[in-house]
Ligand binder design. Sequence first.
Ligand SMILES: [Mg+2]
Length: 234
Amino acid sequence: MRIAVLDIDGTMIPGSLGLGLLDRLRSWGLGAPEHIDAIFAEIRRQRGGVISYNDMVAETTRRFAAAIRGIPTSTVAEVAAEVWSGRRGALFPFVRPMVEMIRARGLRPVIVSSSPREIVRCLAAELGVGDAAGSIFGVEDGVYTGTCELMPGRPQGKMAALRRLLGVDALAGAVDLAGSMALGNALSDACVLEVVGTPIAFEPVPELRALAISRGWMISDRARLLDDLDDVLA
Ligand SMILES: [Mg+2]
């Protein structure tokens, strides 16, 4: 099996669906505002170079879980659907033809995002992609418990999400990694870009751009991506 591992935030759509969800929860009077505010503050601190990417992910994950603790999953699903209906028009125009091209070249599209699975599901359903993973927050009796079970943004987190999604202990053996591709814009994508035969850094953040240059990975953008894929996907 050859796969195409696709990031969402900053790759298929500008910004972050997860942060959009958080913003909407707050405006609906849901979620703990002190935790929600802290998440946006941590992200600003990381962008300003005050804290590392990994520290930002660790802290925002903890805060996200705390922010939604006690909210019914059905409510978050409802808010996610609302956020998605407002954001779906912002999908980059290349996304649908990209998914078609990936399939036509014999690869299986697999979406892996750090945004919560509740909103990742909305995008995946719209694109007709059955394999999609997002962050997973703990649930008991239909209510969030304040824990996080899976955060793809953590170091090696996207690899863990892929193994869980595909139901394998190791990707090698289950997946033709040399024949596979990955597309992402952030440091959390690096662990997947490292292991596939066709890694593509998409409009990468400075840290990923530097890594892509040092590793010789292709760097693409919204204007060139379909042409680049046409060239590199055999
Ligand atoms: Mg991204």
